[in-house]
Design a protein around this ligand. Structure first.
Ligand SMILES: Cc1cc2nc3c(=O)[nH]c(=O)nc-3n(C[C@H](O)[C@H](O)[C@H](O)COP(=O)(O)O)c2cc1C
Length: 311
């Protein structure tokens, strides 16, 4: 069975042994020793979003449960790009699967600076540009809500790196295709859809927001239909590889995203319920193919999209 997929870049491509990745912020930097499964069995990992300087993140309370999902406002807590290059990349270099580093800047120039510091670093195989976080006071989602800003960030990152660039979009927009097109025209090699939906909860005893920073991002199965709709819309309108993300809990969910037009998928919130979730998703995908006699995963990509398959 062939599970191999590729996300082509301008200089190097991201070759994935299978299409299942971890989603940014839900798997840290993949270096904890006590994972419930062999991380090397996945297609790759995407790291927690990294910024130019270390960040402490948002005040408590940072998470809350919702029906069929969760809220988070972690606030981009991370050790900063230099620590990642110094301490983590040498360990990733020994891995056989690619590591994509998620980045964010408070300004457009800062996105370029973070990208430049990761360029040519052994152990780093790609960059995911976070213009979609609802939890950054500056930067993040504000750059993903207007085509001009999305294009400016993308163009700056592309200028500062030779690595494949995946731009991660926010669903908190009116016209996802317009933002996607702007990022692709500015040089994005691939898109990731979607980040969390901006949301909130009220603590009725405290008579105030349940989350310390008031607003948070909604993720999990609750957002899967929205994510699927956006993957389908973008893949039907633009010829670009898409990484689908949002509420994927099972292999069957992954198949839906592939059929809607995604080349690969990311598993996030599911790992909070089931630490083995990314591997379970991969095994579920294999079972789906096996049971139907499908011997190449690329047969599924775009199978349900308005344009037909990409592969
Ligand atoms: C606790 C938590 C932290 C997250 N941190 C980040 C982050 O640092 N950068 C990012 O781009 N997305 C972040 N996300 C969003 C996920 O990567 C993903 O886009 C979103 O949760 C939807 O997928 P899911 O429903 O499978 O979780 C985070 C999500 C959660 C639940």
């Amino acid at each position: 069975m062939n599970l191999h997929v590729e996300l082509p870049g301008r200089k190097t491509s991201l070759a994935l042994a299978n299409p299942v990745l971890t989603a940014s912020g839900t798997f840290s930097f993949g270096l904890d020793e006590d994972h419930a499964f062999d991380v090397q069995a996945l297609g790759g990992i995407v790291t927690k979003t990294v910024t130019l300087r270390p960040r402490e993140g948002s005040p408590q309370t940072r998470t809350a449960e919702t029906p069929a999902g969760m809220l988070n406002a972690i606030g981009l807590q991370n050790p900063g790009v230099d620590a990642v290059v110094r301490e983590m990349a040498p360990r990733w270099q020994r891995w056989r699967i690619p590591v994509v580093v998620s980045i964010l800047g408070s300004t457009i120039e800062e996105y370029g600076e973070v990208a430049a510091r990761l360029d040519g670093v052994d152990g780093v195989s790609g960059i995911e540009v976070n213009i979609s976080s609802p939890n950054a006071r500056r930067g993040g989602m504000e750059f993903g809500q207007e085509p001009e800003a999305a294009a400016a960030v993308t163009a700056t990152v592309v200028l500062h790196t030779s690595l494949p660039v995946i731009v991660k979009l926010t669903p908190n927009v009116t016209d996802i295709v317009a933002i996607a097109r702007a990022a692709v025209d500015a040089g994005a090699d691939a898109l990731c859809l979607i980040n969390t939906l901006q949301a909130m909860a009220i603590d009725t005893d405290a008579r105030g927001p349940a989350i310390g920073s008031t607003f948070a991002g909604l993720s999990g199965p609750a957002i899967k239909p929205v994510a699927l709709r956006m993957v389908y819309q973008v893949s039907s309108a633009i010829d670009v590889p898409i990484v689908g993300c949002g509420g994927i809990m099972t292999g069957a969910d992954a198949v839906e995203f592939l059929m809607a037009g995604a080349t690969a998928v990311q598993v996030g919130t599911a790992t909070f319920v089931n630490p083995r979730a990314p591997l379970d998703v991969l095994e579920g995908l294999q079972r789906f193919m096996d049971e139907r006699g499908i011997d190449d995963v690329r047969e599924l990509i775009g199978a349900a999209s308005a344009l037909g398959g990409r592969a």
